[in-house]
Design a protein around this ligand. Structure first.
Ligand SMILES: [Zn+2]
Length: 274
């Protein structure tokens, strides 16, 4: 994206983008206070004030600020009044145009915080895995959601990432329902609430809990949606060390092993070495 490439004079590759410094360079003063929305941008005599919701997680605050920088940059680059319409006191109209501006500023924020070229090359070199996704979200200081979105946009891998809400009785796994899905492959047609972890996956998941120091477990992932059950190569990981929140990575293998293999750390190879 051209807009974001105008900016990263301050950003070092492979690290979290210094979003506050970039805002300062753009004459955007940053304030924080509890808000009902993610952020509010106001024009001042000398530039802008971006007020960020202090009750949001820090990674979300960073994304919100990057989004607001996007509005300022879009206005600077195009002179489009629409780019700043929602800061001039007008009620945001739910027009296609307003939505388009919002999407553009989200895309800008994603590129500013997670440069596509860098992410693509890391994912291509190391091979997508859940521990890598976690490491990337920590290194770049972005949320797991934002990182998962970005992985889909890199198109390095045909895959799906699912966040599950799970039930346990003691050490026995009792099942899970999908809370979020990111996918660039076809999954069974159904609503989010219909996706369940099929019982054939339960034992692998129980291993994740008992395995000391194990952060992820390569496994076949069995997903059920109504009557239909599908399975993929993939791996399981606890989300923020919380066993009631699991993440699964599912990799398409239509083209066989060649498609799964990537770099020297493929999920399949690691599965076989265990
Ligand atoms: Zn906006």
């Amino acid at each position: 994206m051209k807009l974001a490439s105008r900016l990263p004079t301050l950003a070092k590759s492979g690290t979290a983008t210094p979003i506050e410094a970039i805002a300062a360079e753009r004459h955007i003063e940053v304030q924080r206070q509890p808000l009902r929305v993610d952020a509010v941008l106001k024009e001042t005599a000398s530039g802008y004030v971006a007020t960020i919701n202090s009750e949001s997680p820090l990674v979300r605050q960073r994304f919100s600020l990057a989004h607001e920088i996007g509005h300022v940059e879009l206005f600077g680059a195009t002179g489009l009044a629409q780019a700043l319409r929602h800061i001039s006191g007008e009620v945001i109209s739910r027009t296609n145009e307003a939505r388009e501006v919002e999407h553009l500023c989200d895309a800008f924020a994603a590129e500013l915080l997670m440069p596509l070229k860098e992410w693509r090359s890391v994912l291509f070199k190391d091979g997508l895995s859940l521990p890598l996704l976690k490491a990337l979200s920590e290194r770049y200081k972005v949320s797991f959601d934002a990182a998962s979105n970005r992985v889909m946009e890199t198109a390095v891998r045909k895959c799906a990432i699912v966040l599950w809400e799970c039930d346990w009785r003691g050490d026995a796994f009792k099942g899970g329902h999908a809370m979020r899905v990111w996918a660039n492959i076809g999954l069974p047609v159904g609503s989010l609430g219909e996706y369940e972890i099929a019982p054939r996956s339960f034992r692998a998941i129980e291993g994740l809990r008992s395995g000391e120091g194990v952060t992820s477990i390569p496994s076949r992932i069995y997903l059920r949606c109504g009557e239909e059950e599908v399975d993929y190569y993939g791996e399981w990981m606890m989300y923020r060390g919380n066993p009631t929140r699991l993440v699964s990575l599912m990799i398409a293998e239509r083209a066989g092993f060649a498609l799964i293999r990537q770099g020297n750390r493929s999920v399949k190879e690691r599965a076989e070495r265990r």
